[in-house]
Design a protein. Structure first.
Length: 78
């Protein structure tokens, strides 16, 4: 799986064989979340302060997320 950022006790990753739209997964000991590139999220236990930091990182790094998404989810390469 494409880990693209980590800090303290949480990380952001892109998974393969995923559905559009482009999104990332946030993993934290207290839960997980999904953040879409438009800023929308689905949160299941990630503390609000961590989710805020993750969203800021996602929105600032859209280009690298799209590149990793294309690498991990390219149907031609499968």
């Amino acid at each position: 799986m494409g880990k693209i950022h980590s800090a303290a006790n949480w990380l952001i990753r892109v998974q393969g064989h995923e559905h559009p739209p482009v999104h990332v997964h946030i993993l934290h000991p207290d839960g997980k979340a999904v953040i879409y590139l438009d800023g929308a999220d689905i949160n299941s236990g990630v503390p609000a302060a961590i989710l805020k930091l993750a969203k800021e990182w996602v929105l600032a790094n859209e280009e690298s997320i799209r590149a990793e998404w294309a690498r991990m989810n390219n149907p031609v390469a499968r």
